[in-house]
Design a binder for this molecule. Structure first.
Ligand SMILES: [Zn+2]
Length: 370
């Protein structure tokens, strides 16, 4: 860490919202006053090293000694972030464990700025989407059921869908770039025990809500391209494999729109509501209620909605893991010899024990916003 400078950890937003300027320090996004914005901007642009003495020296040009120490402690906390085991557990709960493969450059971002969401391209996506839907309506009655396909075809479909998630994620990255937001990384991930692509476009938090909303839709815009190609081929050849691919691709639109995990539907909803911490508030309110059910009578409609959202989310996450385990189970040749329920309960118990162990090790950290 000694060679690192604040430039590696600070990202400054272009937008100001209710007098607060958007910034990122480490993995945390928040709004700060103009004074703090200028301080962070100075730390970043002057390449101040992350070490204590250099940072305090810089901060004390503006702040008192006591304030400087407080700010330094908070910044240091944001940069240190959560412990690796806790981060992994959080990723598991979110259903997404990421393996970055590529960090797009500033030049890559600049190349697509203002060039992706052109009216012609958006109109083309909508038309292709509607045409694909039409093909699905016309052709699916004659399509043999998915249970009739062999293991080889199931694996082919699986690979095609994984490739589709990569195209979808590229859509998020490209639409972010359209607004001048550089994607932090693109790669593969384990999404509810299944391989998938991912694009980290979280720096859209440095911009306004409209940018995040459009970026969340960008995945669909690109996912339509392989869908339209496969639909045209399905229409022309009536090949059942293509038919199943098209229906699964369309199914992913629907699943992606369910807002109870952090998929596109969640981001669309939270940005439409202007509620940035929907998931955290939901989980927190639900936990409060579980610890002290007596609170139920005292809760207002707002908190009650958060608790309901938290409950729906917890059930959905559990359901997705169960479904995914069930799918993988189908592929295990010796599954007849092991009791399914026993394995699932076993995995659940191991998960709970690991979680409890992590919770005990967790050191309480100071809370506060710079
Ligand atoms: Zn997406």
């Amino acid at each position: 860490m000694s060679e690192a400078t604040w430039r590696d950890h600070i990202a400054l937003g272009a937008a100001a919202d209710k007098g607060l300027h958007h910034v990122r320090v480490g993995e945390k996004y928040f709004g700060v006053s103009r004074l703090m914005y200028d301080l962070l901007s100075g730390l970043s642009s002057q390449n101040v090293p992350v070490d204590e003495a250099a940072t305090l020296r810089h901060l004390q040009q503006t702040l008192s000694y006591g304030q400087s120490q407080k700010v330094y402690a908070q910044l240091q906390g944001f940069v240190a972030g959560a412990s690796p085991s806790r981060s992994l557990w959080q990723s598991f709960l979110r259903g997404l464990i990421k393996f970055p493969l590529w960090r797009p450059s500033a030049a890559w971002t600049a190349r697509f700025q203002g060039r992706i969401l052109t009216p012609a391209r958006v109109a083309l996506s909508v038309l292709l989407g509607l045409a694909s839907l039409g093909v699905a309506v016309v052709k699916s009655p004659a399509l043999p059921p998915i249970t009739a396909v062999g293991l080889g075809e199931v694996l082919t479909l699986w690979v095609l869908i994984i490739a589709t998630t990569l195209v979808h994620e590229l859509g998020h990255a490209m639409v972010a770039a359209h607004y001048g937001v550089r994607p932090r990384s693109v790669g593969v991930a384990i999404f509810f025990l299944q391989p998938a692509g991912y694009a980290d476009v979280s720096d859209t938090w440095l911009y306004d809500r409209r940018v995040r909303f459009a970026t969340a839709l960008g995945g669909f815009m690109f996912q339509i391209y392989p869908l339209a190609l496969a639909s045209a081929l399905w229409y022309a050849t009536s090949n059942p494999l293509l038919g199943h691919y098209c229906l699964i691709n369309l199914g992913y639109f629907v699943i992606n729109l369910i807002p109870f995990v952090r998929t596109d539907g969640y981001w669309l909803l939270s940005n439409a509501l202007g509620e940035n911490n929907l998931m955290n508030k939901g989980t927190f309110t639900l936990r409060t209620l579980l610890r002290d059910p007596g609170q139920l009578g005292r809760m207002g409609a707002g908190d009650l909605s958060f608790a309901l959202f938290g409950l729906a989310s917890s059930l959905y996450v559990t359901g997705l893991y169960a479904y995914s385990l069930g799918f993988l189970w189908q592929l295990v040749p010796w599954r007849g010899n092991v009791p399914v329920l026993g394995v699932m309960v076993g995995l659940l118990l191991i998960g709970l024990i690991v979680r409890e162990a992590l919770r005990r090790r967790r050191v309480p950290r100071a809370q506060g916003v710079v």
